[in-house]
Write a protein that binds this ligand. Structure first.
Ligand code: MN3
Length: 386
């Protein structure tokens, strides 16, 4: 292990963000080294990644894959672990500089907390962590002298706009949204869209869960909650504007009325790399934005009648407490049900709304309250689907 290379742990290395992060590391192998990689289920890809990047350790959440993983790597000096607890433990290993949290959903919470307590820098791609427990996470980051570097493209854009601004007051954050594949569909049409249609995102190539969240605007809802915690603003200070070209990744408006934006072709490798190198910028061979080709930028107001999830997110953010946790757990269950064609697209929002009125509200939740809320809301939501 080199003294100077940044040691990186990737939690969720087999997903879309994880594999792109490994590409960034491979392209800059004089600067970065993979210390640990973890996955949920995709054991074959994890083995392939481990053989290529030779990390100190690998972990797989699903314990039934342990034997296969262990045997496939038996000729290499790689420590092999299995189970959810091992993922959280890997995140706190002493030599790690940066933990990239790229797992899906609520499962990111515990490992992220462990990494923060161990003082690691967090390259945050798992937005659900901040949605579920933003206040707790922010308190821990301060207490343990950790830092969160956003990987979500909108938040990376805002983060980049804020470089050099010192204590200048943010008047407003303007998050851009592509509008997803159903941007122009009527309410009636939305009742009949399929999961296969929802999985075809016009601009971004992502995992299944986030792609459905993008189609339903739940992703943008989560992103406003994420922005509140990352940048310390109020709900009223966060606007969403639909920008179908996905070239402006987000904007910051300052007290003097000036607006700064960050632009680029949609490619997650840039925000991933920036989180790894901040405050430095590395030369890349990524394709450059060509203004001769992209001649038109357009903007629309988001339609809260067709995309109710965005309104639910504002409501959850204003309520605070465990309400965002309730929203997240309900969403994880309905998205899974929609992917399995058990419920329709519009029904996802119907059920979430129902759950938000029925679930038990806690104004000042502890960590254990979040765990219990997540568990109970999953049961409640599942019961409303059957
Ligand atoms: Mn995003």
């Amino acid at each position: 292990m080199s003294e100077t290379k940044k040691q990186i742990a990737i939690l969720g290395s087999t997903g879309s963000i994880g594999t792109q992060a490994l590409e960034v590391i491979a392209e800059n192998d004089s600067l970065f080294e993979v210390y640990a990689i973890t996955a949920n289920n995709q054991v074959d890809l994890l083995i392939e990644q481990a053989r290529k990047f030779k990390p100190e350790m690998v972990a797989i959440a699903n314990e039934t894959h342990y034997k296969k993983l262990k045997e496939a790597l038996s000729d290499l000096p790689i420590k092999v672990f299995a189970g959810n607890d091992s993922i959280a433990q890997v995140a706190e290993m002493q030599p790690i500089d940066i933990v990239l949290t790229a797992m899906v959903g609520y499962s990111g919470l515990k490992p992220t907390i462990n990494a923060i307590k161990a003082g690691k820098k967090i390259a945050l791609a798992n937005k659900e962590t901040l949605v579920v427990a933003g206040e707790l996470i922010c308190d821990l980051v301060e207490k343990y002298n950790s830092a969160i570097l956003p990987v979500d493209s909108e938040h990376s854009a805002i983060f980049q706009c804020l470089v050099g601004e010192g204590n200048n007051t943010i008047e407003k954050l303007i998050l851009t949204a592509s509008g997803g594949p159903f941007r122009t569909k009527s309410i009636h049409e939305l009742e009949h869209v399929t999961s296969a249609q929802a999985l075809k995102h016009p601009n971004w190539d992502m995992g299944a869960k986030i792609t459905i969240d993008s189609a339903s605007m739940m992703n943008k809802g989560f992103e406003i909650i994420e922005a509140k915690w990352l940048f310390g603003v109020t709900p009223e200070q966060i606007d969403v504007v639909v920008h179908p070209q996905s070239i402006i990744h987000s904007m910051v408006q300052f007290a003097d009325s000036s607006i700064k934006a960050q632009l680029g072709l949609p490619d997650m490798k840039l925000p991933i790399q920036y989180a790894f190198t901040y405050p430095d910028r590395l030369k890349t061979n990524f394709p450059r934005l060509n203004f001769d080709i992209c001649s038109q930028f357009t903007f629309e107001r988001p339609d809260l009648e067709r995309f109710r999830n965005l309104g639910f997110a504002y409501y959850a953010m204003e309520q605070g407490g465990n309400m965002p946790c309730i929203l997240n757990a309900a969403n994880e269950i309905v998205v899974e049900a929609f992917l399995q064609n058990k419920i329709g697209f519009v029904q996802m929002s119907d059920i979430i709304e129902d759950v938000m009125t029925k679930a038990y509200f806690i104004a000042k939740p502890t960590y254990d309250d979040y765990v219990e809320t997540d568990k109970q809301v999953r049961i409640l939501t599942t019961s409303l689907i059957k």
